[in-house]
Write a protein that binds this ligand. Structure first.
Ligand code: PEP
Ligand code: MN
Length: 362
């Protein structure tokens, strides 16, 4: 994928890229007042849902084209940019007609390749930035696939929004963050601008600070946060919206991190510590290689004595002992269990191969 840097379509500052605004545009007054306060608090990109994907019909499903007219006026009056969600070709056409600056694809649309393709086709020949929310389900290929469809349609100002994943389990989150998904996306596409949506991950405002900080501590370039002039009375997502003043406090309290430090000592000390890590990793690999040699020897011995590869009692004893070692050494027991299962599975595979080789020879 050919993806432009975030600085190609933002103000290029090294501060986190912030988009904030109401879940939904409700009235011209609500939208104007919210945008005005946000702007006064230093926010230059306002979000607003114009068409709202709701779980059940009969609830507020967005204002539609009239809200785009309000946005057009507010953009001029306050000199701000606007980001909205589009979910079909007609939304794209109208968004472009009214001069919307940034589009995003919602989680319910990212799951559907037909929808994404329709949006991508409608965007052909336009150079508007598009942010793709993760699909509802934790499927990285589907998320990447959506971005590829847009990229193939010529959209290079692309970015990802991590808004968490649906779950049927009762958890403290509205949508499970599963941060590793976002990190995996960044590993695959290091140039991809990454924005976190703590509002939809949390579902409630008192968790937004902590989630925003976590996003800043990981790899995120920015945040999209729902903010409403009167959150309690919002027509959608009332529990998770924050006032513009509260948002300002959240942003001011963030500890920002950089991928590099200016401190020259930091680089030297980091290099020393990394050298130690490299040495230890090398030792881990050498130990694993020695272990595999013994595994092979045992494999041969089991074969000669017509004994099965897998010995359940031995396996149970090993797991128990390693669990105790993990506790003694203050290592997370689930992590150690995962690591040891991988090692044990590899050993079983090697011994099974040995059995087959010997049998073929016989
Ligand atoms: C939204 O941003 O208002 C929204 C509907 O989000 P999502 O697509 O993440 O559910
Ligand atoms: Mn919302």
């Amino acid at each position: 994928m050919q993806i432009e840097q975030l600085s190609a379509w933002t103000d290029g500052s090294d501060q986190p890229f912030i988009i904030a605004g109401p879940c939904s545009a409700e009235t011209e007054e609500q939208l104007f007042k919210t945008a005005k306060e946000l702007k006064e608090n230093g926010i230059n990109v306002i979000r607003a849902g114009v068409w709202k994907p709701r779980t059940r019909p009969g609830t507020f499903e967005g204002i539609g084209e009239d809200a785009l007219k309000w946005i057009q006026k507010i953009k001029k009056e306050l000199d701000v940019k606007f980001a909205i969600e589009v979910a079909n070709a007609q939304h794209v056409e109208l968004a472009l007609k009214y001069g919307i600056d940034i589009l995003w694809i919602g989680a319910r649309s990212t799951v559907n390749p037909f929808t994404v393709q329709e949006i991508a086709d409608a965007l052909k020949g336009h150079d508007v930035p598009v942010l793709v929310k993760n699909p509802l389900n934790p499927d990285l290929a589907l998320w990447i696939g959506a971005m590829e469809r847009l990229n193939q349609a010529g959209i290079t100002k692309l970015g990802a929004i991590h808004r968490g994943f649906s779950t049927s389990k009762k958890t403290k989150f509205r949508n499970l963050p599963q941060w590793q998904m976002a990190l995996e996306l960044k590993r695959k596409y290091p140039e991809m601008p990454m924005i976190c949506d703590p509002s939809h991950i949390a579902g409630k405002r008192d968790m937004i600070q902590e989630l925003s900080q976590k996003a800043m501590d990981l790899v995120f370039d920015g945040l999209i946060i729902e903010s409403h002039i009167d959150p309690e009375n919002a027509w959608s997502d009332a529990a998770q919206q924050v006032t513009p003043t509260h948002l300002k406090e959240i942003l001011e309290a963030l500890v920002l991190r950089h991928t590099k430090s200016d401190n020259p000592e930091f680089q030297t000390h980091l290099a020393e510590l990394r050298e130690k890590i490299d040495e230890l990793d090398r030792e881990i690999f050498e130990t694993l290689a020695d272990r595999m040699k013994i595994v092979d020897e045992i494999g041969e011995y089991k074969k000669d004595n017509k004994v099965t590869v897998f010995q359940i009692n031995r396996y149970k004893e090993m797991m128990k002992a390693r669990g105790e070692w993990a506790e003694e050494l203050h290592l997370n027991d689930e992590f150690m269990e995962n690591v040891f299962s991988l090692i044990h599975d590899a050993a079983i595979r090697r011994q099974t191969l040995i059995m087959n080789e010997t049998e073929e020879k016989a």
